[in-house]
Design a protein around this ligand. Sequence first.
Ligand code: FES
Length: 164
Amino acid sequence: MSNDNTAARSFTKVLEILEEHDFDEHRIVSILQAVQAEYRYLPQEVLTFVATSLKVSPARLYGVATFYSHFSLEPKGKHIIKMCDGTACHVRGSKAVIDAVREKLGLSETKITTNDLMFTFETVACLGACGLAPVMVIDEEVHGMMTPEEAIKLIDAIMESENA
Ligand code: FES
């Protein structure tokens, strides 16, 4: 795979996004949302390119990107797993699930994405589904009454389908 080609493709797509938004700096948030939807995060070189194209300072763009918590400046995995560690889920055993998932994926509190960019595992505050505690969300799908065994089974199933 050629990195140059990847970079060229990246900027072609970013240019399309910018054109769709008329290079309008007032639509920065919407532009960044579209960029993140494309790359799953905001690569630094893309942010620089967007800033230059919009004629805004990189610092301003970076400020917007860091202000909104749904923007990520780090690469994210293809599959996003979120485990609730709110009070209800904590009381009902989320910690054991969190430990099992981290061990399974070789992750930790500070390393949340696997090297192959297949999984990102995050802990989150109450997801508003306490009746199902402990709750895990995999790629937007809610799984209640989670146990370490069930979590590993679900991850194994994803790994199998990715390797199929
Ligand atoms: S505490 Fe986990 S869903 Fe509310």
